[in-house]
Design a protein around this ligand. Sequence first.
Ligand code: SF4
Length: 454
Amino acid sequence: MTSFNWNSALVKKYNINGPRYTSYPTALALEDTFDTARVKTALMGSNEALSLYIHLPFCHQLCYYCGCNKVITRHQHKADRYLDALELEMRSYAPLTAHRNIANLHLGGGTPTFLTEAQLTRLIAMLKVELNFEPASADEVSIEIDPRSCSLEKLAHLRKLGFNRVSYGVQDFNEHVQIAINRVQSEMLVRDLVNESKALGFTSINLDLVYGLPHQNSENFALSLNKVIELDPDRISLFSYAHLPQRFAAQRKIPDHTLPQGEEKQALLLQGIEALTAAGYQFIGMDHFAKADDELAKAQREGRMQRNFQGYTTHGSDSLLGLGVSSISQVNGVIWQHAKDLPEYYHFIEQAELPVIKGVSLCRDDQLRAALIAQTICHFEVNFADFAQIWGIDFHQYFADSIPLLESYQADGLIVMNSDSLQVTDEGRLWVRVICSAFDAYLNPDQQQYSKVI
Ligand code: SF4
């Protein structure tokens, strides 16, 4: 079992705002002057199979902690209009993707299960017709589920449509916590859905937990962790609640004094890591845990794991096409983002244009640094000679500016480094975002746009 401890001096020094490196450069580097023609070149420029992400932004009710791009509504017909727009968007992308297989589909949001069974059926039918997507021959067909919006019948319907992976937003089982975040969902509801998912043959079940929520403490969090472990999911995500009320209005409904602060919050993370690893889960890295026989855990052990906008993944990091409002794509060295609000998104679609508002093409330096950051964040070690050979550089010369920072991380015990390699220590795993930032050529001293590490 990996052992972790908090060193309070390190917490003070390194618990800073910083990127999560789901891409490099991060979304903040995307440029408004981006020419959409580059999207076409990127998609046409490779035959690699694509992963598809579709953003479905609607939710029935506002969770106060939420920082996602979502639209709260009770009007189901809004999803019909959105599906109309998605259909046209797929039609615009179709000539650019016809030569590529779609190996994976992920529905995120918002709440994808806001859609009725009929709307979900229509979405899959559109994907088949417009993009030649065939769920039966795809590797992964996955969906994020808000348990409150999914009946057992809808779950069975998803399975029939070809979904084989589910991810449930649990966040916390404690009722006091749930009331404070305006997301009350019973333990029985989650348990029934998880058990039914297993019975229906979903091959992977993930549960999301959040630490740092109002009224969480070590006693009630221990109970939530035990309940999650009892449900025996394949993967568990344990996210930090980022309280940014100046950015997200709904978070103003969470009074500061109800939040576990400082050491109390750090202790919750350690408690989570200890409980989950003791229960046999492999700590993949930043926020993610998986059973040892899970694909992700195997990919990490075999050096195949990657990172993309959805976090850790077994798929290529440079072949993700996002559809829908606010989605981000990365294909063949180009990153682009769609319009972030619905009126603007609809406006593009009505004009028969790709709804792209900004993007960036990665230069060779970006690609090289992206590869180094991905290697560090996914595998916690870098062999300098191997890396230098792949990229045709002298490692120490190329990263001469990064070396003093790396030496300070070494002095603080976050990494072990010699002239041949760098290895992230157990303690350093908690700060791997900070370690990666040594290779980031874009970092701005004012990083308030990013969340804190813990
Ligand atoms: S947390 Fe999820 S379900 Fe809740 S408002 Fe945000 S996107 Fe919707």
